[in-house]
Design a protein around this ligand. Structure first.
Ligand SMILES: C[S@@+](CC[C@H](N)C(=O)[O-])C[C@H]1O[C@@H](n2cnc3c(N)ncnc32)[C@H](O)[C@@H]1O
Length: 519
């Protein structure tokens, strides 16, 4: 039995990416598979093993090279890969490979070991409703309608662990810090089976081009400990850390952060258990929503149709009266200020900086363009179909500050001096304007540009692969900031003055905040 990734590499060369993506066929590196297998082998009575998302059986190959006296059952839904896998394992009687959907079969059986890299699909790409029903029926628990399939695989597998059974999964870490993950985390703590979460910040992405950071989840259905250990590893060279964790089990390793089940709160982002937090360094933190409200930008539901540059406006003879100035692409904004002349420059360079704003339009050319939209079924799209009329835009006044949604280098805030609208490429930030939390926009913006602000927000971000972070509007609303209302009057004036004079003088501004708020 070969213990490398040659079979997966050949398959990836032969089979088009479109097919592989359709079934979420990204393969586990053999070095990772071998480590996960070690966790299963820690069960001295390992006799029956389940591979719920078989692919080409990398885990079974790694396992059989270590231990012979086991029976393995594998599930796979894609006929093409299934036939190849069957050929590969034709010589061994230990295998029972089934061309069946794991989520709808085999609920009654229990296993000594379950090992898996489950499919990771975007939410719309699978039958989430029926799968959810199936899992809620068997596990008697409630789950969010947005629960991603890969976590449902995990929950089912935990349910199928025999006494002393062990389970090893490699999955995106997204659920640890997202809303739908709360109920999943609740199940993991309630069953008392969770043992290790190892977050893997590999430079190279384990899920190929899927945009996500991986974590290895190790569970055991034994009563050997009531602690969960968290670890972060930064490169594939650190896999030996996991080996040590496994051989030390059930003792707690010195490198881990460990928590009793009773200390783990499913309601919060679990990031705080495995990543050093920045907020602790400061006093007087308040939720960002105290001073500002973050709302997502305008979603049109059909950007190609609704966005315009000057040439397109000329072609369809649409006058500017029906075009709403709007920033459509993040890359069009350089630096931290977006001025009227920046807008004019984009416009004159024929960039898309307008949205069709056709409600109550009487002009024939606009009406013709709307007819064209209907001919192309734009009015039947997911978002447009629910609007009246279908071409109306979401009501979002221009926001004085924008923040970029995805970022490699941390959050990016932009002062929208041009006072134009924005698509979802940015979130809108509206400073609160009631008497209790009125804040000078320049003061708020100067604060947002500091590293301190970004570090504190980072405690609340979602992680994706390749160092990419994402903030949903509520991650920011619930994120923390320094309570600017508590800044001394003198410092407030100094910050505003520095900011207005040389808005790039971040360091001097930073020092004022640190001096007043650092613990
Ligand atoms: C991420 S790949 C992992 C393959 C292999 N175990 C590995 O780690 O290299 C997931 C595999 O699960 C299969 N799959 C997708 N949905 C499934 C389902 N509902 N039941 C069983 N297998 C499924 C896919 O065709 C794919 O081969």
């Amino acid at each position: 039995m070969t213990v490398n990734n040659a079979i997966e590499q050949d398959y990836s060369k032969q089979v088009p990416l479109g097919h592989r993506k359709k079934f979420a066929q990204f393969f586990t590196p053999i070095s990772v598979a071998e480590i996960m297998v070690k966790w299963l082998l820690g069960n001295e009575n390992l006799k029956t093993v389940l591979e719920p998302a078989f692919g080409l059986g990398v885990f079974s190959r790694a396992l059989l090279s270590q231990k012979n006296d086991i029976q393995i059952k594998g599930f796979e839904v894609d006929n093409l890969i299934f036939e190849k896998a069957k050929n590969e394992f034709a010589c061994t009687e230990k295998m029972n490979l089934l061309l069946q959907d794991y989520m709808f079969n085999d609920w009654q059986n229990k296993y000594d070991g379950i090992i898996c890299n489950p499919p990771y699909f975007k939410f719309h790409d699978y039958d989430n409703k029926n799968i959810l029903k199936e899992i809620e029926k068997h596990l008697q628990c409630n789950l969010s309608g947005f629960t991603n399939l890969y976590t449902l695989f995990l929950l089912k597998s935990i349910h199928q662990l025999a006494h002393n059974g062990r389970c090893a999964y490699i999955i995106p870490s997204e659920f640890l810090n997202s809303d739908y993950g709360k109920l999943v985390k609740q199940y993991l703590t309630k069953t008392g089976t969770l043992r290790h979460i190892i977050v893997v910040n590999f430079e190279e992405n384990v899920f190929d081009d899927a945009l996500t950071t991986a974590c290895i989840v190790l569970c055991a259905n034994d009563n050997k400990t009531d602690r969960v250990q968290f670890n972060n590893i930064q490169s594939i060279n650190e896999l030996n850390t996991i080996e040590n964790l496994i051989s030390d089990y059930p003792s707690v390793s010195a490198t881990s952060q460990s928590y009793l089940f009773s200390e783990l709160n499913p309601e919060v982002k679990w990031k705080s258990y495995y990543q050093p937090q920045n907020g602790h360094k400061y006093r007087n933190l308040v939720p960002f929503s105290t001073y500002a409200k973050v709302v997502r930008g305008i979603a049109t539901g059909a950007n190609d149709y609704f966005t315009f540059n000057l040439a397109k406006a000329k072609e369809h003879k649409i006058s500017e009266k029906y075009l709403l100035p709007c920033i459509c692409h993040c890359v069009d904004v350089k630096g931290n200020n977006f001025s009227v002349s920046d807008f004019e420059e984009l416009k004159n360079n024929n960039k898309n900086v307008f949205l069709l704003n056709a409600v109550n339009a009487k002009e024939e050319n606009v009406i013709n363009y709307l007819h064209k939209g209907e001919t192309a079924d734009i009015h039947k799209k997911y978002l447009t179909a629910s609007r009246k009329p279908w071409y109306s835009l979401e009501n979002r006044p221009p926001a004085p500050i924008w923040v970029s949604v995805f970022n490699r280098t941390g959050l990016r805030f932009i002062r929208n001096e041009a006072n134009i609208s924005n698509l979802t490429t940015f979130h809108c930030i509206y400073p609160q304007q009631d008497i209790f939390s009125d804040v000078d926009i320049d003061l708020l913006f100067a604060y947002l540009l500091t590293d301190t602000a970004r570090q504190i927000f980072n405690d609340n971000s979602r992680e994706y692969g390749n160092g990419l972070q994402k903030f949903e509007p509520n991650d920011l609303n619930k994120g923390k900031m320094l309570d600017l209302g508590k800044l001394s009057q003198n410092s407030k004036l100094k910050v505003i003055e520095l900011h207005r004079k040389h808005s790039m003088n971040h360091e001097a501004i930073e020092n004022i905040f640190v001096e007043e708020f650092a613990i």
